[in-house]
Design a protein around this ligand. Structure first.
Ligand SMILES: [Zn+2]
Length: 264
């Protein structure tokens, strides 16, 4: 027996209505060539290098995870926390051990607000091409710095710049951690677009289980020192949150997201 055409039309109409809020965003996304989607070639490559890594979570729940790297940073983390608090959004912060040690009160503030914390190395050494000992020292150093501030040992790890290798993958797994990449990046669009358009582009790429990359740290010391202005990331956040919710999604922490489906 074939399906009832009336019923399938109703289903189609319902999904069209459900997607109406995001329709203008989808239109924007279509002319954006730089948009990395969770199911893209990059994800497939990362999956080969690190089969245990997470790029997105297959779930039927309409939830996504917002993540921030390179903090804590007194120049930006307080503003990010204030926006998350205003909108009631839980997030996940991948902290650099060195930055956590330098700004313990911000680490405490992130924890008090109920956000999740992940390991982003001891001092942001780029790990691809490094020996197993160097990689392990960076991961352990991040744990030690966070542990000294009372943060439970993170189970989630994000390599600086997402640079990985079979060695990085092996060490991460050996140390009992899971690598977390992302599907869409705020900073991937900011060089080409205003914060407002960047927010719309990122919101338009979301699907259930997406992971969004942002940065709350712009002052990196250590082996790869950098000074990066993150104020445009902060400016993009309110619109990103509003548009994400308009598209029917709610925010959860990365550990929460991982509990809701199958990691890819
Ligand atoms: Zn980083």
């Amino acid at each position: 027996m074939t399906g009832d055409p009336g019923s399938s039309a109703r289903v189609r109409r319902r999904s069209l209505l459900a997607g109406a809020g995001a329709a203008c965003l989808l239109a924007l996304a279509e002319w954006e060539p730089g948009g990395s989607r969770p199911e893209g070639a990059r994800a497939k490559h990362l999956e080969r290098v690190d089969p245990h890594a997470v790029t997105w979570v297959q779930t039927s729940d309409p939830v996504v995870a917002l993540t921030f790297d390179d903090g804590p940073d007194p120049a930006y983390t307080p503003d990010v926390l204030a926006i998350l608090d205003e909108f009631g959004v839980p997030a996940t912060f991948f902290m650099i051990g060195r930055a956590a040690t330098a700004h313990p009160r911000l680490v405490a503030q992130v924890r008090r607000a109920g956000h999740a914390i992940g390991n982003h190395t001891a001092d942001h050494l780029w790990l691809d091409g490094r020996s197993g000992d160097e990689v392990a020292a960076q991961i352990r150093g991040g744990d030690t710095a966070l542990g000294a501030l009372g943060v439970p040992t993170p189970s989630l790890f994000r390599p600086p710049r997402g640079l990985t290798s079979p060695m990085v993958a092996a060490q991460t797994t050996a140390l009992g951690k899971r690598t977390c990449f992302w599907g869409t990046s705020i900073e991937g669009d900011l060089p080409h677009h205003s914060p407002e358009v960047t927010a719309a582009l990122n919101a338009a790429r979301l699907r259930p289980g997406s992971i969004i990359l942002g940065h709350d740290g712009g002052h990196l010391d250590g082996p790869n020192p950098q000074r990066i202005d993150r104020s445009r990331t902060v400016r993009a956040l309110p619109d990103l949150i509003r548009l994400t919710r308009l598209g029917g999604f709610e925010f959860v922490t990365l550990p929460d997201l991982l509990s809701r489906g199958i990691a890819h």
